[in-house]
Design a protein around this ligand. Sequence first.
Ligand SMILES: CC(C)(COP(=O)(O)OP(=O)(O)OC[C@H]1O[C@@H](n2cnc3c(N)ncnc32)[C@H](O)[C@@H]1OP(=O)(O)O)[C@@H](O)C(=O)NCCC(=O)NCCS
Length: 178
Amino acid sequence: MNIRGNKVLLRAIEFEDMEFLRNMLNDEEMEHNVVGWSFPVSKYEQQKWFENQIQNKVNIRFIIEVDGKPIGLATLTNIDWKNRKACHGIKLYSNEVKGKGYGTDAVFAVMKYAFEELQLNRLYSTILDYNVASRNLYKKCGWKEEGVIRDSVYKKNHFNNEIMIGILKQEYQEKWKE
Ligand SMILES: CC(C)(COP(=O)(O)OP(=O)(O)OC[C@H]1O[C@@H](n2cnc3c(N)ncnc32)[C@H](O)[C@@H]1OP(=O)(O)O)[C@@H](O)C(=O)NCCC(=O)NCCS
């Protein structure tokens, strides 16, 4: 089923989204803001990735859509069904869609789905210490900073600290009451 926020829709990735995803992955500013990294991705590689990940139920990725157009990607990865936890990530592509509450709405939609449908108990992620927008976004959504992994991610000639963040189902429920 699709996941509906107040402003965004989270839906499955379609073949037509490949160029959108590839451009987002190849974008320099995006790579600077996120913990992960990749070599330049070709159309062929992008297509192969799509074919390979389609049956993957441990790493789930949703297109974030507004008014029928893709604006980003939200993920639940490393889903651990025994310990009921998963890693969450979010990327909005292009500055025009940022600062409009779509990030907050998408994170809440993912939390609602993870906690109220998938019965997960904990979501976690890591973010770069200099990614102020992301740190503020997750704070706003009720997540806690849980620790620092020093000199963990190398970008632009520097080692950078990674901040571990997480939220428990109970904390989400308390936040939701607000
Ligand atoms: C981080 C990101 C998802 C935020 O999405 P967004 O839709 O712009 O965020 P929202 O509009 O919902 O804002 C939520 C809160 O985040 C904070 N925030 C957002 N943009 C900010 C900025 N440029 N500087 C500082 N704080 C910012 C604010 O506290 C804001 O709350 P407020 O509007 O009540 O002040 C988006 O900037 C993005 O995709 N960035 C690139 C990829 C990335 O960094 N992903 C996260 C990696 S862990």
